[in-house]
Design a binder for this molecule. Sequence first.
Ligand SMILES: [Zn+2]
Length: 114
Amino acid sequence: MHEYSIVASLIERVAREATPRRARVHRLHVAIGELAGVDVALLRTAYDTFRERTVCADAALDVRAVAAAWRCPRCDEALAPGAPLQCPTCGRPARLCAGDEIVLERIELEVPDV
Ligand SMILES: [Zn+2]
Protein backbone atom coordinates (compact mmCIF):
# COMPACT_ATOMS: atom_id res chain seq x y z
CA MET A 1 0.00 0.00 0.00
CA HIS A 2 1.16 3.44 -1.11
CA GLU A 3 0.48 5.14 2.26
CA TYR A 4 2.62 2.63 4.15
CA SER A 5 5.66 3.30 2.01
CA ILE A 6 5.14 7.06 2.42
CA VAL A 7 5.08 6.64 6.19
CA ALA A 8 8.14 4.41 6.12
CA SER A 9 10.14 7.02 4.25
CA LEU A 10 8.86 9.87 6.44
CA ILE A 11 9.97 8.07 9.59
CA GLU A 12 13.29 7.28 7.98
CA ARG A 13 13.81 10.98 7.20
CA VAL A 14 12.90 11.96 10.75
CA ALA A 15 15.23 9.34 12.19
CA ARG A 16 18.07 10.74 10.12
CA GLU A 17 17.51 14.14 11.80
CA ALA A 18 16.66 12.99 15.29
CA THR A 19 18.90 10.01 15.99
CA PRO A 20 22.31 11.74 15.69
CA ARG A 21 21.04 14.50 18.01
CA ARG A 22 19.46 12.02 20.41
CA ALA A 23 16.38 14.16 20.11
CA ARG A 24 12.85 13.40 21.15
CA VAL A 25 10.39 13.92 18.35
CA HIS A 26 7.22 15.74 19.35
CA ARG A 27 5.47 16.42 16.10
CA LEU A 28 5.77 16.09 12.35
CA HIS A 29 4.25 18.56 9.93
CA VAL A 30 3.47 17.09 6.56
CA ALA A 31 1.90 18.80 3.56
CA ILE A 32 -0.18 16.59 1.29
CA GLY A 33 -1.46 17.82 -2.05
CA GLU A 34 -5.01 16.94 -2.99
CA LEU A 35 -3.72 15.38 -6.19
CA ALA A 36 -0.90 13.45 -4.52
CA GLY A 37 -3.02 10.34 -4.48
CA VAL A 38 -2.73 10.02 -0.73
CA ASP A 39 -5.63 8.95 1.45
CA VAL A 40 -5.02 11.01 4.59
CA ALA A 41 -7.09 8.72 6.85
CA LEU A 42 -5.10 5.76 5.59
CA LEU A 43 -1.89 7.71 6.07
CA ARG A 44 -2.78 8.30 9.71
CA THR A 45 -3.58 4.63 10.22
CA ALA A 46 -0.30 3.66 8.60
CA TYR A 47 1.54 6.15 10.78
CA ASP A 48 -0.02 4.81 13.97
CA THR A 49 0.90 1.28 12.94
CA PHE A 50 4.46 2.07 11.99
CA ARG A 51 5.63 4.55 14.58
CA GLU A 52 5.82 2.12 17.49
CA ARG A 53 9.42 1.52 18.48
CA THR A 54 10.66 4.20 16.09
CA VAL A 55 11.87 7.75 16.84
CA CYS A 56 8.29 8.81 16.10
CA ALA A 57 6.68 6.64 18.78
CA ASP A 58 5.50 9.70 20.77
CA ALA A 59 5.22 12.14 17.90
CA ALA A 60 1.93 13.55 16.64
CA LEU A 61 1.31 13.77 12.94
CA ASP A 62 0.07 17.07 11.57
CA VAL A 63 -1.28 16.97 8.04
CA ARG A 64 -1.82 20.12 6.01
CA ALA A 65 -3.95 19.67 2.93
CA VAL A 66 -2.72 21.57 -0.12
CA ALA A 67 -5.25 22.49 -2.78
CA ALA A 68 -4.37 21.96 -6.41
CA ALA A 69 -3.29 25.12 -8.23
CA TRP A 70 -2.74 25.55 -11.94
CA ARG A 71 -0.90 28.22 -13.89
CA CYS A 72 -0.20 29.04 -17.47
CA PRO A 73 3.43 28.12 -18.27
CA ARG A 74 3.72 31.16 -20.56
CA CYS A 75 1.81 34.05 -18.91
CA ASP A 76 2.13 32.64 -15.42
CA GLU A 77 -1.54 33.39 -14.99
CA ALA A 78 -3.20 31.50 -12.16
CA LEU A 79 -6.37 29.65 -13.06
CA ALA A 80 -9.48 29.95 -10.95
CA PRO A 81 -10.30 26.79 -9.02
CA GLY A 82 -12.54 24.54 -11.08
CA ALA A 83 -11.87 26.44 -14.32
CA PRO A 84 -10.93 24.54 -17.50
CA LEU A 85 -7.23 23.61 -17.42
CA GLN A 86 -6.33 26.07 -20.13
CA CYS A 87 -5.04 29.62 -19.98
CA PRO A 88 -7.94 32.07 -20.54
CA THR A 89 -5.50 34.55 -22.15
CA CYS A 90 -3.35 32.49 -24.51
CA GLY A 91 -5.09 29.13 -24.53
CA ARG A 92 -2.10 27.07 -23.47
CA PRO A 93 -2.65 23.98 -21.40
CA ALA A 94 -2.16 24.87 -17.75
CA ARG A 95 0.56 23.38 -15.62
CA LEU A 96 0.07 22.06 -12.13
CA CYS A 97 2.09 24.20 -9.70
CA ALA A 98 0.78 22.90 -6.38
CA GLY A 99 -1.27 20.01 -5.16
CA ASP A 100 0.78 16.94 -6.04
CA GLU A 101 3.31 17.25 -3.24
CA ILE A 102 4.11 15.10 -0.25
CA VAL A 103 6.43 17.22 1.86
CA LEU A 104 7.82 16.84 5.33
CA GLU A 105 7.70 20.54 6.19
CA ARG A 106 8.84 20.62 9.77
CA ILE A 107 9.88 18.36 12.61
CA GLU A 108 9.48 19.47 16.23
CA LEU A 109 12.39 18.05 18.16
CA GLU A 110 13.60 18.33 21.69
CA VAL A 111 17.34 18.02 21.93
CA PRO A 112 18.63 17.08 25.39
CA ASP A 113 21.05 19.42 27.15
CA VAL A 114 24.56 18.10 27.13
ZN1 LIG B 1 -1.28 31.94 -20.96
